[in-house]
Design a protein around this ligand. Structure first.
Ligand SMILES: C[S@@+](CC[C@H](N)C(=O)[O-])C[C@H]1O[C@@H](n2cnc3c(N)ncnc32)[C@H](O)[C@@H]1O
Length: 286
């Protein structure tokens, strides 16, 4: 499986290549490992398999410090031996969309791809238009990776897509850098809707205060509320330990959690296998 994380060094291809921190490599490794399991196992069962990359980025990045150029999640999604039958990417930065289009154009194989330059919160109608039709005997299974820079992720996007399609989600919850850093402001400004729209609960402040929670409870509180919101959509509940924490390389500074949701037990098994296989440190934690 190690070679299916597709993290080899690449030459500069001339397209937009932003910098990423070393810790982002772990996110890409986890994403790619899951994809390898999902695509290999689902090909025989689902004639149509769609990949959605929300906040997709341009498909390559340069690792700060080493200068190494690697493929990020959007381009890695084309690597599995049995690729998806449909790809949809959303990013609001025209440089990312143009670079991703250029990189996809020179892939050796043809793929069915829709690139959407839009804010993710506004893109749902375009995503639905691009999604393949499905019917009995011609089913569609989808995987959606959501990778924002910060917390303002609108739960409505997940609700609409997760209600309409058979879709598994891998979501980066930016709980360290954004939520923890700006939490006082989110708590004390009732007009700020970031947390409410992320966890699908406009009344979260009352619960926070009634339970007498402190800042050290914040990550577990948000993970629990997010889990409850996903469970209301019919997704299998996750244990707190199912969230995959990513920390600053070599330090114990928590940055974000990767959380996975599926309505099927098999998806959950793939996630457990991914966490065991993609990160040797997690093996020790278990
Ligand atoms: C963390 S980066 C994505 C990284 C990428 N998924 C990867 O694998 O490296 C976030 C991306 O989201 C885009 N972005 C930020 N805010 C957005 C929004 N509201 N709607 C759509 N794209 C957004 C940025 O242009 C950036 O490319």
């Amino acid at each position: 499986m190690a070679d299916e994380t597709y993290l080899g060094s690449l030459e500069d291809d001339g397209f937009f290549t932003p910098s990423i921190k070393q810790h982002s490599v772990e996110k890409i490794r986890v994403h790619n490992y899951y994809l390898a399991l999902f695509t290999t196992s689902m090909k025989a069962h689902w004639p149509q398999r769609a990949y959605l990359g929300l906040y997709s980025g341009p498909g390559r990045a340069c690792i700060e410090g080493t200068g190494e150029i690697i493929e990020t999640t959007a381009m890695s999604a084309f690597r599995p031996r049995f690729p998806f039958t449909k790809y949809i990417f959303v990013d609001n930065d025209p440089r990312c969309v143009e670079a991703l289009a250029g990189r996809i154009a020179v892939l050796p194989d043809q793929h069915d791809v829709t690139l959407i330059k839009a804010d993710v919160s506004d893109a749902v109608p375009q995503i639905i238009e691009a999604m393949p039709e499905f019917r009995p005997g011609h089913g569609l299974l989808s995987f959606c990776f959501i990778d924002p820079f910060s917390a303002p992720l609108d739960f409505e996007v997940i609700r609409t897509l997760g209600s309409r399609y058979k879709m598994d989600f891998l979501i980066l919850l930016m709980l360290g850098r954004d939520v923890r850093t700006n939490f006082r402001q989110y708590l004390e400004d009732p007009a700020d809707t970031r947390i409410a729209s992320l966890i699908d609960d406009p009344d979260w402040r009352e619960e926070w205060r009634e339970r007498g929670l402190r800042s050290r409870d914040l990550v577990q509180f948000i993970l629990g509320k997010f889990d409850a919101a996903m469970t209301r959509l019919g997704y299998k509940t996750g244990r707190p330990s199912d969230a995959h924490p990513v920390r600053v390389m070599g330090k114990n500074v928590f940055l974000y959690s990767l959380v996975f949701y599926s309505k099927s037990d098999l998806g959950k098994q793939f996630w457990d296998a991914t966490r065991k296989g993609a990160d040797p440190q997690i093996k020790l934690d278990l």
